[in-house]
Design a protein around this ligand. Structure first.
Ligand SMILES: *Cc1c(COP(=O)(O)O)cnc(C)c1O
Length: 517
């Protein structure tokens, strides 16, 4: 087996000082340059191949590959180093605060990880006979019970695999209910606040509805007068987040629920912000008909970069009969899976996933809930709101809150404090990277100019929050002195400078082409 030298620099050492920067290798101490796996791999270092033994027929029965397979070949140490180096270029919740508003990036207790790795949960297969996975089904049933209890809702669909997928589940249940009422052709409009998360209108459109924006009032909440005027016999549903994406509680939520019900429509609530209200407010008491719960936000789970997630969706009496299969039912001490309409699920709108949902997330979420207890979950919500208000109050000294008063679990700022400084929201966020912080959510919600949405969550300590606030206050003071160069150049200490995000979105390069081609 031949072994190549490990850790090759981007350019031959010392030959290109401009490209390599201040060091011969292009590396900066622990910050090691890393090429694509396709660029470092070849087959010389991979595996062991014995010569064909004399006198024996070929082992592959004439099926030997004729061309190169085209995958990178790496030795085990090369593969380890490649992925460890890449992982070190990433910011992570285990490195520092991850203040992305709306995303609820909180500490993931290691207990949850330990539970999720128990072989009885981790090593089972969804096609095993039901009699051999009774414990897993019991866990799903128990988690469903906690979710129904916490939300005050009678039913929950466990299979959706993300928040957006849960929205699809809720809207498909609403559509099925409209079909059953014979109103699917007349009720085609969905109303959503203009501050809503992009997935809300996208989901409604996916289900064939048209979407109209409900304007916000001066306090950042739904303009109830405008909302009333928009209701009519063509409205299928409203989609509202509470607390909303400005981190504010929609005080008129009961009235909105009553109004939409009087108009014959349904109330979809985006439950991604449950972190602020769990144990305090039962969404069932607010008159909602369907709401997804992001287990990967509210109840922890390492998420980001597109996965993994779980979006169980609670349903009201009016929608419960349309819930998707499969679902778990307890029959005495046994648990059964309802997989087909013929098993008593005649009105189910169908199936959304191949199997039963995200088992690993279920285990983590239940572990989070049981280790907190109902009082602990309530305190987590209170601490999340307290932390956000602490950040809001400290940062107010130099930054400009988007709305007056207290917030819920997120502190929202606009870019008024940067006015005439030449520094924009994006520059400010990039400067945070150099200070060692992941930026907050930028330019969302859209109703706030140059928005900066900060969600500290309950898992940050006061010391951690003080350091974070000190860094942001110092940056804000610096920005106001007009030192734009530093901000426009940031980040300078990250592995890469600013990327052309427009080109990346419009012309994504998703395929590596060998220079030899
Ligand atoms: C995160 C989020 C969603 C979507 O959830 P995913 O799990 O990312 O699909 C929807 N609405 C709001 C308000 C969110 O914060």
């Amino acid at each position: 087996m031949s072994m190549k030298p490990q850790g090759r620099p981007t350019a031959p050492i010392g030959t290109d000082p401009v490209k390599n920067g201040p060091t011969h290798t292009g590396n900066k101490a622990l910050q090691i340059e890393e090429k694509l796996i396709f660029e470092i791999g070849d087959f010389r270092g991979t595996g062991v191949d014995f010569a064909q033994a004399k006198g024996l027929p070929p082992r592959l029965g004439g099926l030997a590959r004729k061309d190169e397979i085209g995958l990178p070949g790496l030795s085990e140490p090369q593969a380890m180093r490649h992925y460890v180096r890449l992982s070190q270029k990433n910011y992570a919740i285990d490195m520092g605060p991850f203040p992305l508003g709306s995303c609820t990036m909180k500490h993931n207790p290691r207990l949850n990880e330990k539970m999720a790795r128990l072989p009885g949960f981790a090593d089972i297969h969804p096609l095993q006979p039901v009699s051999t996975v009774q414990g897993a089904l019991e866990l799903i049933d128990m988690l469903a019970l906690w979710l129904k209890e916490l939300t005050g809702m009678p039913a929950v669909a466990m299979s959706p695999k993300a928040g957006a997928h849960g929205e699809l589940c809720g809207m498909m249940a609403i559509k099925a209910a409209l079909v059953a009422r014979g109103e699917a052709d007349t009720r085609r409009r969905v109303l959503a606040p203009e501050s809503s998360h992009g997935t809300n209108p996208a989901t409604a459109a996916q289900c064939g509805f048209t979407v109209d924006d409900i304007p916000a009032d001066k306090t950042g909440r739904v303009d109830i007068k405008a909302f009333k005027a928009m209701l009519g016999p063509d409205v299928a549903a409203i989609m509202v987040t509470n607390p909303n994406t400005g981190g504010l509680f929609e005080r008129d939520i009961r009235q909105m629920a009553d109004l939409v019900h009087e108009a014959g429509g349904y109330f979809y609530c985006d439950g991604a912000n449950l972190n602020a209200i769990m144990g305090k407010v039962k969404p069932g008491d607010l008159g909602i008909d369907a709401m997804h719960i992001n287990l990967h936000k509210t109840f922890s789970t390492p998420h980001g970069g597109g996965g993994p997630g779980a979006g169980p969706t609670v349903l009201s009496e009016a929608l419960a009969a349309y819930a998707p299969v499969p679902y778990v039912v307890a029959k005495g001490k046994e648990f059964e899976l309802v997989e087909k309409r013929s098993q008593g699920a005649e009105t189910s709108f169908g199936r959304m996933t191949a199997f039963h949902g995200q088992m690993g997330m279920f285990v983590r979420a239940l572990s989070f809930m049981m280790s907190h207890g109902i009082d602990g979950l309530k305190q987590a919500a209170e601490d999340a709101v307290l932390n956000a208000n602490y950040v809001l109050t400290r940062l107010k000294a130099e930054m400009s809150p988007a709305f007056p008063g207290f917030c819920m679990h997120e502190a929202l700022f606009d870019d008024a404090f940067l006015k005439d400084s030449g520094v924009e929201t994006i520059d400010f966020a990039k400067a945070m990277i150099d200070e060692g912080y992941h930026p907050m959510t930028m330019y969302f919600p859209l109703i706030v100019h140059g928005a900066m949405l900060i969600e500290p969550t309950e898992s940050e300590s006061k010391e951690e929050l003080d350091q974070f606030c000190d860094a942001l206050l110092a940056l804000a003071r610096e920005a106001k002195t007009g030192k734009t160069d530093k901000f426009k150049a940031a980040p300078v200490f990250a592995p890469r400078r600013r990327l052309d995000e427009t080109a990346a979105a419009r012309k994504p390069v998703l395929r590596w082409v060998s220079p030899a081609q």
